[in-house]
Design a binder for this molecule. Structure first.
Ligand code: BGC
Length: 350
């Protein structure tokens, strides 16, 4: 196991970003930059042992600046949407900055994806500890929030993401990572032939602006029933007929995960390369997003710009707009308490 570091480019304000690469005993590696805590690459073998990079990303920090879809970034304070950026906490009205139509998305105008995080390589654990500070009032969130995210990479090709945060006032937190996976390799084309499984009996339908209605709907008989392995293209083919898929231009929904505690919640398998991605988390929800808005304005590592549906995201989280729905798992972090969640992305072959 080894951690190496090299320069990853200069930000417009003159600060420099680094790229850390964590390599395991099998030679598989994960690269992370401290700019936005962005996961830049994940190189893992296919069923013939041939290594390939299964994560969308860019060659330098500069290429990330147009921010087409939060590629690989850490997201906060609140991942996903808050309806019109408005909520009430402890009887006080809060108006968060709105940056996605009328709504607040992924932390607002300048989220954690744009912070230069303080990085500490933990050689013994083959891990990278990232820290950032979000001052009271940032994007109109209450409380000074200290955030730590630890990425770890073990010999079983498991990428752990351990999220921790503490605030000096009651606030709202829903941290996630916006990794775009294509287990056939970044730049390998659309993900239609990949097979997905999500252990969720229900999902949270949205209005046409992707705000949950508050309903928790049974997946039975819908394109959201992914409890058995399902070819993604089969659901995506119904995008125009299904009002839920149509709103997002493909899958862009939160699934209410079965069970509680740290457990296996989802997997993706590619018949072409034999790669399997398995997701484990202690979170109640996961957003399946099939890269519907990838628009091709960021040059990818493969040399081309990534297009629509050339990857998928499985963002572990509490439910979107949780702060405005009493029947959803919450997102309030009380002063002095520790927000603490673990998600693992495991890569194997079949
Ligand atoms: C959201 C999408 C959004 C994408 C990129 C996803 O987490 O669910 O609606 O387009 O992020 O911002």
């Amino acid at each position: 196991m080894a951690i190496s570091v090299k320069a990853f480019g200069t930000l417009p304000d003159g600060r420099t970003a680094d790229l850390y690469t964590l390599t395991n005993a099998g030679g598989a590696s994960v690269s992370i930059t401290n700019y936005g805590g962005i996961l830049v690459s994940i190189v893992v073998p296919d069923r013939d042992g041939k290594p390939g990079d299964v994560l969308l990303g860019c060659k330098t920090v500069t290429d990330y600046l147009p921010n087409d879809g939060y590629l690989g970034a850490l997201i906060g304070r609140i991942g996903n949407r808050v309806n019109r950026g408005h909520c009430v906490l402890n009887g006080r009205e809060i108006q968060l900055n709105c940056n996605s139509g009328a709504h607040h998305l992924h932390g607002g105008n300048s989220g954690f994806n744009e912070k230069l995080w303080e990085a500490e390589a933990l050689d013994a654990e083959n891990a990278l500890k990232l820290r950032c500070f979000s001052p009271d009032g940032e994007e109109n969130y209450p409380g000074n929030l200290s955030v730590t995210v630890t990425y770890s990479w073990n010999d079983q090709n498991e990428l752990g993401i351990h999220y921790q945060a503490v605030s000096d006032q009651d606030t709202m937190v829903n941290l996630t990572n916006h990794a775009y996976f294509n287990i056939d390799g970044e730049g390998a084309g659309v993900i239609d032939d990949q097979i997905i499984t999500i252990r969720a009996d229900a999902f949270t339908p949205t209005d046409e602006t992707l705000i949950p209605t508050g309903e928790i709907r049974d997946v039975s008989g819908t394109v959201f029933d992914l409890r058995k392995p399902t070819r993604l293209g089969d659901g995506l083919a119904k995008t125009q007929q299904d009002d839920q898929l149509r709103a997002g231009g493909g899958y862009d929904q939160n699934f209410c995960l079965n069970g509680e505690g740290y457990r296996e919640v989802a997997s993706v398998y590619s018949p072409a390369t034999g790669r399997v991605l398995t997701v484990l988390t202690d979170q109640p929800g996961i957003q399946l997003y099939t890269g519907n808005s990838l628009g091709g304005n960021m040059p990818g590592k493969c040399g081309n710009c990534y297009g629509k549906r050339e990857a998928l995201c499985l963002e572990t989280q509490t439910y979107p707009d949780a702060i405005n729905h009493a029947n959803f798992p919450g997102c309030v972090l009380r002063a002095g308490e520790t927000y603490d969640h673990l998600t693992t992305y495991r890569f194997s072959v079949q």
